[in-house]
Each structure stands twice: as structure tokens, then as C-alpha cells.
Write a protein that binds this ligand. Structure first.
Ligand code: PEP
Ligand code: MG
Length: 318
């Protein structure tokens, strides 16, 4: 089956009855973009740009960043790139960006909250992305957003930059979206959906914050199940709000590559799955195994359960 999946890796992924779901790759390094394309990725659904900041002894300057982002865009050759702005803090420290000692770093200064404390760093990154993407599609994604105010603050910075760039030198197709990683964002999805271009659900953090279980906890992390019905309900709310406004929704957390979860996510209406490059052919093959009605039935079944375990049991029994 693996050989078959590999053979078919460049074909679009459609359910048996023809419902298209995009399969993109998560990337931790722009140098791996060509490999992702070779494995059948239809784009990059999550570029974790922190690799670039962690690989240097100080903040990478504009030119360094432009060169890095350009490398990925070149390799993608017109396929979409979703670049996530710097997502450090919490469990990901930056040596040259000292943070206050916090009792609960996962609940502290991280992601967009941290970026907004030093807007000049965010501004340089956004400028580099815009410069690298001239004539190419670019999607920028903000991590750890908790409500529309943070989105607006970041968008104001981006809008100011765009005003400086002559129209002929802008990217042809720019989207600005937010990650759904904090439950408040899913609960308030209608207010965000009115202003963003897309959502991408980060199920790793969304699960951590919904179930109040540290995603890396040595004893508890096994219980941090993205198929927990509480997490699935938040995804359902997110998709409903997005689709009501004509916006698309991806999933870029680990859940997107789980064979059991794939039909559930499709049944919930997710439009794109972004997974590690290695998983792309397998996820495409998985999508070809069921039809949309079956996916919807599985999503309904999962949503009706009371615990993560019950979801897994019910799906397996089916
Ligand atoms: C997530 O939280 O699901 C996610 C994709 O982001 P990261 O794993 O980089 O925190
Ligand atoms: Mg995350």
C-alpha cells in the first residue's frame, strides 16, 4: 500500500466521491521545501519560521530572512506557502531575546503576544516575507492569537508595510490568517472569520489548552488527545464560522496525519491538511479510501461522544 501511495503522490487527493482536500506539508526549514514537493505536497501549510531565528546567534537581518523565504518560494514554484510568524516563548526560548521568568510559560509571553511586545522584529519578518514573495502567492499566519484584537494589531503593521510598497512590487496573492490554538479563538470564530482570510487549526496547542494538559507532560501527554470531543467541537465551530464567511480552514497539528482522524476532520469540513513531508503520500492515500457521507457520519459519531476514549472506541467499532 505504501508503494501505491508513493506512485499516486502527485495526484490531487479526493475522497471516493470526488471531494477535494488539499494536502500540504509542514516545514521546519526552508531547505526542505524541494523535498516536500517531491513527496507530493501541494504547498506548505505551516512554515515554522522559528528555526531561522534559533539557528542564529542573534536576530537574522532582513537580507538573511529574504534569502531563506525566497528559497522556499522558489522550490514551491507557485504553490502556496503559509509562513507562520515567529512563534517563540513558552517551551521555545530564544537566547538573544531574554524573557522574564514565568511560573507558567505556556500561559505567558509566547507567539503573537510576544511579537507584539517587539513590533520591530515582527515588522522585519513581515517585510522580508513580502520582499521574498514578489509575484508569488503568500499566506501569512499568526500563532497563538486569542481574539480579534491581536489579529488587528498585527494586521495594522502589515497594512503599514503594504502602503510603502508600490503595487507592482507586491505579492500577487496575499492572505493573512490566524492559527486556532487557543480555545477562545474557536469560541469567538465568527468575529475573527469576518476579518481573516483563513484559519489553520494547531491541534497540538488547541488540545493542550482545551484539556489543560501540557503537550509534553511525561505522564499526562498521552491523554492530550486531539480526537477528544471537546477539541472536535471547537474545530466544528471554527469551520462553521469560516465557511459562513467564505474562508478556508486547514489543520496543521499532529492530528491531521492520524489515519483515524483524517475522515473525522474531512467530515467536520476541513479544507486542507498540513502534515510532515513524509506523511503526504499516506494522507493522500487515506483521503481516497472513504466518501464524504461516511466522513460526515464519522464526525457526527465522534461529536456525540463524551470522552476521547469513547470517540476512539466508537470509530473503531464502526
Ligand atoms: C500546533 O500547535 O498544533 C502547531 C501546529 O504549532 P506547533 O506544534 O509548532 O506549536
Ligand atoms: Mg502551536
Amino acid at each position: 500500500r505504501e508503494a501505491e501511495a508513493w506512485e499516486a503522490r502527485f495526484a490531487e487527493a479526493r475522497t471516493r466521491d470526488g471531494h477535494r482536500v488539499e494536502v500540504a506539508s509542514n516545514l521546519g526549514n526552508t531547505a526542505h521545501a524541494a523535498d516536500a514537493v517531491e513527496r507530493g505536497a501541494e504547498g506548505v501549510g505551516l512554515l515554522r519560521t522559528e528555526f531561522l531565528f534559533m539557528a542564529h546567534a542573534r536576530e537574522p537581518d532582513l537580507e538573511t530572512q529574504v534569502a531563506e523565504y525566497h528559497e522556499a518560494l522558489e522550490a514551491l514554484d507557485g504553490r502556496p506557502l503559509v509562513a507562520r510568524t515567529l512563534d517563540v516563548g513558552g517551551d521555545k526560548p530564544l537566547p538573544y531575546w531574554p524573557l522574564p521568568q514565568e511560573a507558567n510559560p505556556f500561559l505567558g509571553l509566547r507567539g503573537i503576544r510576544l511579537s507584539l511586545t517587539r513590533p520591530e522584529v515582527l515588522e522585519t519578518q513581515l517585510r522580508a516575507l513580502l520582499m521574498a514573495a514578489v509575484g508569488r502567492p503568500l499566506r501569512i499566519m499568526l500563532p497563538m492569537v486569542k481574539d480579534v484584537a491581536e489579529f488587528r494589531a498585527a494586521r495594522a503593521i502589515l497594512d503599514r508595510l503594504l502602503d510603502e510598497i508600490p503595487e507592482a512590487e507586491r505579492t500577487t496573492d496575499l492572505q493573512l490568517g490566524v492559527m486556532i490554538e487557543v480555545p477562545s479563538c474557536a469560541l469567538l470564530a465568527p468575529s475573527l472569520a469576518a476579518e481573516v482570510d483563513f484559519f489553520s487549526v494547531g491541534t497540538n496547542d488547541l488540545t493542550q489548552y482545551t484539556l489543560a494538559i501540557d503537550r509534553d507532560h511525561p505522564e499526562l501527554s498521552a491523554q492530550a488527545d486531539g480526537l477528544h470531543p471537546a477539541v472536535l467541537r471547537l474545530i466544528e465551530m471554527t469551520v462553521a464560522a469560516a465557511h459562513a464567511q467564505g474562508k478556508w480552514v486547514g489543520v496543521c497539528g499532529e492530528l491531521a496525519s492520524e489515519p483515524t482522524a483524517v475522515p473525522v476532520l474531512v467530515g467536520l469540513g476541513v479544507d486542507e491538511l498540513s502534515v510532515s513531508a513524509r506523511q503526504v503520500p499516506l494522507v493522500k492515500a487515506r483521503l481516497r479510501e472513504f466518501d464524504l457521507d461516511e466522513a460526515r457520519a464519522q464526525a457526527e459519531l465522534a461529536l456525540a461522544q463524551a470522552t476521547g476514549e469513547a470517540v476512539r472506541d466508537a470509530l473503531e467499532a464502526r
